[in-house]
Design a protein. Structure first.
Length: 373
């Protein structure tokens, strides 16, 4: 049980997608410039209170890494990152803030606090408003660009302890989808009270429009949306796991006028363990799956066009793959946290295009600390 708790804490901080300039610089480019080569941005921390994290950028085409290029204090010791349009949003979980950066220049735009002890986990954007699930709070906190006001939306209706353990959020149109684990915070190992919930909120009012009950316990990781052209297009997917039993899967949630749970796309049993990270690119879904012995982690592929799991891991067992991001050119960047040789690697299909990991300045350990655009 202890190892499961440690894994959960790494995922949840207990305590996307679319560069560098052609010359590799971080300066801004002319509006009518040619399309930029893909850039991967990675954030990482060392989980030590008071220690700053790093933000590094990889020119995917040139395989050129620029380390520690983020503004001072932009990245904390336990960050995750999302990219929406022309902005990067770094969610600093133990530092209780969201840092907004220009996705092209990597310069600071704004930093917004989420409240003491809020433990933010993810972010969704609509206009000037940010929706942030707070693991330490009653559900969602909302922030407004240019303001220090923090407003809480209480989603504790189904959890007797008043903390619904909300871990991810995704906007679809003007609806806000929030996943919550409903863990029993009065018990030592935080067992789930039952299947996880997804609350669909009206963005304007913050009221609950729909409540969805998942088929499995404890959603972890972050929501991703399946591209419209793929099988299950438009659906949200999120990994789940009951750390007491190992049961769970990649759950599907249908969006739209009648949102509903759609069951499992692929089970933890079929994968050999739970999924810690999902990434979508084209008709491929990429999955990070820790090995059952927790000594390495696998990159797995799921073909959404054929609706089938690739039969084997893509990476060798010598690599500890922690994170993955799909790039616009079809290549995939992964974060390898192997103790003796950590950094980013680039894959194309099942073939690695790098010969050694490209160091980022710290050992990458986050499960959503990597984006490519």
């Amino acid at each position: 049980m202890t190892k499961y708790l440690l894994v959960f804490c790494a995922l949840a901080a207990c305590g996307d997608n679319h560069g560098s300039l052609p010359d590799g610089s971080l300066a801004d480019a002319a509006v009518d410039a040619a399309p930029l080569p893909p850039r991967a941005v990675v954030v990482a921390g060392d989980f030590t209170a008071g220690h700053p994290g790093v933000l590094s950028a990889l020119d995917v085409e040139a395989r050129s890494m620029m380390t520690n290029v983020g503004p001072a204090m932009a990245v904390g010791n336990d960050p995750v990152v999302r990219v929406f349009e022309d902005k990067l949003y770094v969610v600093n979980r133990t530092d209780n803030n969201v840092t907004i950066l220009d996705a092209r220049t990597l310069q600071l735009v704004e930093q917004l606090g989420t409240g003491v002890g809020s433990n933010p986990q993810d972010v969704a954007i609509l206009g000037s408003k940010l929706y942030v699930p707070a693991l330490g709070g009653k559900g969602i906190v909302t922030l407004v660009r240019g303001s220090t006001t923090v407003t809480e939306i209480d989603l504790g209706v189904d959890d007797p302890d008043g903390k619904p353990n909300c871990n991810s959020v995704y906007r679809v149109g003007t609806d806000i989808y929030v996943s919550c684990g409903l863990l029993d915070d009065t018990q030592q190992y935080l067992p789930p009270r039952g299947p996880g919930k997804v609350y669909v909120l009206d963005a304007a009012s913050g009221t609950i429009k729909h409540t969805i009950t998942l088929s499995t316990n404890n959603p972890i990781g972050l929501f991703e949306q399946v591209p419209a052209a793929a099988v299950h297009g438009g659906e949200l997917v999120i990994p789940t796991v009951d750390f007491g039993t190992g049961d769970g899967c990649v759950e599907r949630v249908v969006t739209g006028a009648t949102p509903q749970a759609a069951g499992c796309l692929v089970s933890n049993a079929a994968l050999g363990n739970f999924v810690s990270r999902i990434e979508l690119g084209g008709t491929m879904m990429w999955l990070i799956v820790p090995a059952s012995d927790y000594l390495h982690s696998d990159l797995r592929g799921y073909d959404l066009a054929g609706d089938a799991l690739w039969p084997a891991a893509i990476n060798p067992t010598s690599q500890v793959i922690q994170d993955v991001a799909a790039c616009p050119d079809g290549e995939v960047v992964v974060a390898d946290s192997t103790m003796s040789a950590s950094g980013l690697r680039v894959y194309e299909g099942t073939t690695e295009k790098t010969t050694v990991p490209l160091p980022i300045g710290l050992r990458p350990q986050a499960q959503h600390g990597l984006v490519c655009y």
